[in-house]
Design a protein around this ligand. Structure first.
Ligand code: PLP
Length: 381
């Protein structure tokens, strides 16, 4: 089945009791048993819920994986991945990381004796020197937030296999429409479903997709044992969102290209970060491992003044200033004061995350209106 057909059909079937074409919202916590242990496969909704089952199957199909496992947030999903490990184990993570993931790793799991190394994934020699008998997993995100760097997933998979490590990929920014890490050799794909998969800024949810049966069983155990599971109403909303994932992503990519090119020639814009540009340092890797380049764009202003960035963001009418991304509506964010404020200024600036950097999540509105919104806001500085 091709992607657009899977988005609409995979994992879902008409409800056998009524014929309802859409998976019902099974708003129930428990299920009646005929006699102890004699039931229809459902006992308690933390463990299983039919609406969640349909969504998990749909997500697995979209990532070309065998097992989908849903959580009440993206961080809930990552939390269960790290709980696969024991005190003393080590994880190598990209240094260009979602702030919440960094916080979970350093402020929570380091207290439980798990050791994290935060490094650039570009230098495989340097990476090799970190590997020892306690190293268990490599964690990467690509494209990265907000600098839009691309990590070569096939190279990371070769590295991980060679050293006997699991490779986990946070695929939130790309969505399964643009990139399927399992096909490139990853062991675990993670999504903040909150973003493109949900797609309408109305749900917080996370998911993991894996192929290996044993790994899936361990993660399903953690899903139930730790209990960060999503409710059926949210699962329904995401199932609904997924039905248009391919259509939305097509438009996000088209609009993203127009906006990136518009910004690149704008006299008040200093630099535009978008992997679709031929002069992006990882353009070729992006071309090889992604189907298109997406609608996430970051840019800086000539003169690099925080006050100018504020003027631009205050004068947008369509790009709403808000955390998050991947919804149908366009959003903007200011990484230096919002998502990445906890990183010291000198550290931030080393990777290009300067005060005037603005991140856009380009929505699926009419692109002429988005261009005009940008032009008007930039004219105010
Ligand atoms: C939002 C996000 C997360 C965290 O997901 P939540 O659903 O907010 O818990 C993780 N990684 C990336 C790349 C994200 O954008």
């Amino acid at each position: 089945m091709k992607f657009g057909t899977k988005a609409i059909h995979a994992g879902v079937a008409p409800d056998p009791s009524t014929g309802a074409i859409m998976t019902p919202i099974f708003q129930t916590s428990t299920y009646v048993q005929k006699s102890p242990g004699d039931h229809l496969g459902y006992e308690y909704s933390r463990t299983h819920n039919p609406t969640r089952t349909a969504l998990q199957q749909s997500l697995a199909a979209l990532e070309n994986g065998k097992h989908g496992i849903c959580f009440s947030s993206g961080l809930g999903a990552i939390d269960s991945v790290v709980k696969l490990f024991n005190p003393g184990d080590e994880i190598i993570s990209t240094n260009d990381l979602y702030g919440g993931t960094y916080r979970l790793f350093t402020k929570v799991f380091e207290r439980y004796g798990i050791k994290f190394h935060f490094v650039s994934m570009a230098d495989l020699e340097a990476l090799s020197s970190l590997v020892n008998a306690r190293t268990k997993m490599v964690w990467v995100e690509t494209p990265t937030n907000p600098m839009m760097n691309i990590i070569d997933l096939k190279a990371m998979a070769r590295f991980s296999k060679k050293h006997g490590l699991l490779l986990a990929v946070d695929n939130t920014f790309a969505s399964p429409y643009l990139q399927n890490p399992l096909d490139l050799g990853a062991d675990i794909v993670m999504h903040s479903v909150t973003k493109y998969l949900g797609g309408h800024s109305d749900v917080v949810m996370g998911a993991l997709v894996v192929n290996d049966d044993d790994l899936a069983a361990r993660l399903v155990f953690l899903q139930n044992a730790c209990g960060a599971t999503p409710g059926p109403q949210d699962c329904f909303l995401v199932l609904r969102g997924i039905k248009t994932l391919h259509l939305r992503m097509e438009r996000h990519c088209q609009n993203g290209r127009v906006i990136a090119e518009f910004l690149k020639t704008h006299p008040k814009v200093a630099k535009v970060y978008w992997p679709g540009f031929e002069d992006h340092p990882n353009h070729q890797v992006a071309k090889d491992q992604m189907r298109d380049f997406g609608g996430m764009i970051s840019f800086t202003l000539v003169g690099n003044k925080l006050s100018d960035a504020n003027v631009v963001m205050e004068n947008f009418h369509l790009f709403a200033l808000a955390e998050s991304l991947g919804g149908v509506e366009s959003l903007c964010g200011h990484p230096a004061t919002m998502t990445h404020a906890s990183i010291p200024k000198e550290e931030r600036e080393k990777v290009g995350l300067v005060d005037s950097l603005i991140r856009l999540s380009v929505g699926v509105e009419d692109v002429e209106d988005l261009k005009k919104d940008l032009a008007d806001a930039l004219s105010k500085i």
